[in-house]
Design a binder for this molecule. Sequence first.
Ligand code: 4G0
Length: 211
Amino acid sequence: MLDGFLKESMLKRASASGKVFFNTIDLRDFTTDVHHTTDDRPYGGGPGMVMKPEPIFAAVESVRTAGARVILMTPQGRVFRQCEAIALARESHLIFVCGHYEGVDERVRQGLVTDELSIGDYVLTNGVLPAAVVADAVVRLLPGVLGGEGATEEESFANGLLEYPHYTRPPAFQGMTVPDVLLSGNHQAVAAWRAEQSRQRTRERRPDLTV
Ligand code: 4G0
């Protein structure tokens, strides 16, 4: 699942150009029993299974470098935001632990994990897609990864606001026209219009983002 994602588009180009290195490892390869057991029944009883600590520690320790962040993707983590992506883009080594089920043995949190992140308030079958989401958000910020550098500076959230409306040719399409100011050639007026649109849009759609 993750390999398919990493072999697509921006993440593939980023790794092909040497700006990032990805490695995926399978917990089953770090088990020692014949059945390659990665989970077990919870102490104290109850439904569901809990991921065993030993394979997770062994897997992470097999790749961990000094100072690496070990990130557990879980709905219980703090919600991942653009500011977090910016912070993670400054790190040199991120390790994502993609748990399944309702539980990971608590000692993984106690002794291994440095951060718990959630991509939003919903539950998925495992942490693979959440890890891929975080990886995408972080890697695209690395210098030289996106073609048109400046594009990331003006975009949503970089300034804490939503983006202004965008238009390209034609000037009229199905009776919908481009605002005159964008055709005026007045760069100051364009900037003012965009700033106002950003403010308005943010106030309407994401009042939680307005200060
Ligand atoms: C429940 C993350 C489910 C607990 C993971 C993992 C959504 C997200 C899962 C865990 C996920 C998210 C305790 C590791 C796997 N679903 N919102 N499913 N633990 O980021």
